[in-house]
Design a protein around this ligand. Structure first.
Ligand code: BGC
Length: 483
């Protein structure tokens, strides 16, 4: 009893694991420094000439307006890039001011397909969509489609979007550098049994912002902390140097996951973060991508924050501690020794309570004692805190930027949020750190209701509404600035 309680409250120093965890514990000063570095990188991404070398891409989304409540109609939505691939039928109702999900279907993307050819991937997507339309009796309808494609894309128009790079374990050949809408349409035409209407390409952060914007007009930031991490926000057009026009605002997809790509965060990377590059794994499958396929280097900031990597980082720390005979009597179980086997969801489960921790350690085939369980909890807490606080530093950079843009002493704003990591962890650490780093901003967090599905339909609906209101302007509108 007494021994257990003491261990549960012990610090890393008392438990003798200080040296492993120290580098993960970022001081407020360091977080401030991270935020300052990102502030500079936002500018580089927005600049006309600095953009091509910028690690934070700051991609224009061509979304210039949030919903005004008069949108309506039936839409299809595709959602690729989170935990699952989904097809949805969404109805936007004007009178009720509601976005209704009529029906949806989840299609698994097999692991081989994530690493196969682009043609296979898009054929699979077209098949899932076809099956769904069939089951819903929608095949003859040619509905407009919002495509939530949650990877960094250079968007040229609302329906022209070039994939810059794969992330989150995807690595299909022949897609990087290509227009994703084109690839989707080609796959649908190869089948020839149905067609789709106009397409709007949407990043999940933008869908999240838009779905929250329907409920709260002051929602001008969308943030995802899930398999990957990213945020978008409303930027002044005059600062978006790569696009002509100085009036109004445009939503910018920051792609902050790439922060550090130029080495700017090397001083805070631990040996374990570096190790993850080598064992870059795909969830559930026990293979080293780097051994079988070309090496995918995960974006540095994303690596320290998102669900794709957190579990693996914890695993690498535990393996090292065990090898150094600090844990599990020096015995690594086969499961713990296998990349990808320590799932990110274990982290929040272990943090939830000592009993959970013990259960999971047993499932992992480890011979643990009470002190081991406490050390493991401490490791999980350290890694997830770092994730939350780094995310807070980045979010603080965005809200501070919006406040400065508008020359306000005080900014009150709403952030639409989604993602498994955000939903599963207590948000107090993130909120506390943002308050510290952005003291002049008052932030409300709003968890999005299916931004990738309903939000994508909203983006498409707003596009349609404006095209309808201003029919003279062909294919472009208040919402979409032509290049
Ligand atoms: C992608 C972003 C996406 C984020 C969250 C990242 O890997 O690059 O486009 O928004 O994951 O899903």
């Amino acid at each position: 009893g007494h021994y257990k309680t003491r261990a549960a409250e012990a610090s890393s120093e008392e438990l003798g694991v200080e040296k492993y965890l120290q580098l993960f514990q970022l001081s407020p000063e360091m977080l401030q420094e991270v935020s300052a570095r990102l502030r500079k990188d936002l500018l580089r991404g927005l600049g006309k000439h600095s953009h091509h070398k910028a690690p934070v891409k700051m991609l224009p989304t061509f979304v210039r307006a949030t919903p005004d409540g008069t949108e309506k109609g039936d839409f299809l939505a595709l959602d690729l890039g989170g935990t699952n691939f989904r097809v949805l039928h969404v109805r936007v109702e004007e009178e009720a001011q509601k976005v209704l999900k009529m029906d949806s279907q989840i299609c698994a993307i097999p692991q081989e397909m994530m690493l196969g050819t682009g043609e296979q991937l898009f054929d699979h997507i077209a098949t899932c969509l076809g099956d769904f339309l069939e089951s819903q009796n929608l095949k003859g309808k040619t509905l407009p489609l919002g495509f939530t494609f949650s990877f960094p894309c250079e968007q040229l128009e609302i329906d022209k979007s070039i994939l810059i790079r794969w992330t989150k374990g995807f690595n299909c050949s022949g897609v990087e550098g290509k227009d994703v809408v084109q690839l989707l349409k080609e796959a649908i035409h190869r089948r020839g049994d149905y067609d789709i209407g106009s397409v709007a390409m949407v990043n999940d952060t933008v869908g999240t912002m838009m779905s929250c914007g329907y409920r709260d007009q002051s929602c001008e930031i969308g943030m995802i902390i899930g398999t990957g991490t990213n945020a978008c926000y409303m930027e002044e057009m005059k600062n978006v140097k790569r696009i002509e026009g100085a009036d109004g605002r445009m939503c910018i997809n920051t792609e902050w996951g790439g922060f550090g790509d130029d080495g700017s965060l090397d001083d805070i990377l631990t040996e374990f973060d570096v190790e993850v590059d080598k064992t870059s794994i795909n969830p559930g499958v026990h293979m080293y991508v780097s051994q079988l396929f070309r090496i995918i280097t995960p974006p540095p900031f994303e690596k320290m924050i998102s669900g794709m990597y957190l579990g693996e980082i914890v695993r690498l720390v535990l393996v090292k501690m065990t090898k150094d005979k600090l844990l599990f009597k020096g015995q690594i179980s086969e499961t713990l020794g296998t990349p990808g086997q320590f799932e990110t969801k274990f982290i929040s489960e272990i943090e939830d309570g000592l009993e959970n921790a013990k259960k999971i350690l047993t499932e992992l085939g480890l011979d643990w004692d009470p002190v081991d369980a406490c050390v493991v909890r401490l490791v999980c807490d350290t890694i997830s805190s770092r994730s939350a606080r780094l995310c807070a530093a980045a979010l603080a950079t965005l809200v501070n930027r919006i406040r400065n843009n508008r020359k306000l002493d005080h900014l009150k704003t709403t952030v639409g949020v989604d993602g498994t990591v955000y939903r599963k962890h207590p948000t107090s650490k993130l909120q506390k750190a943002v308050r510290l780093l952005a003291p002049q901003c008052d932030i409300t967090f709003l968890v999005s209701e299916d931004g990738s599905g309903k939000g994508a339909a909203m983006v498409t609906a707003v596009a349609q509404r404006l095209a309808h209101q201003f029919p003279v302007i062909l294919n472009s509108s208040d919402l979409f600035v032509s290049k």
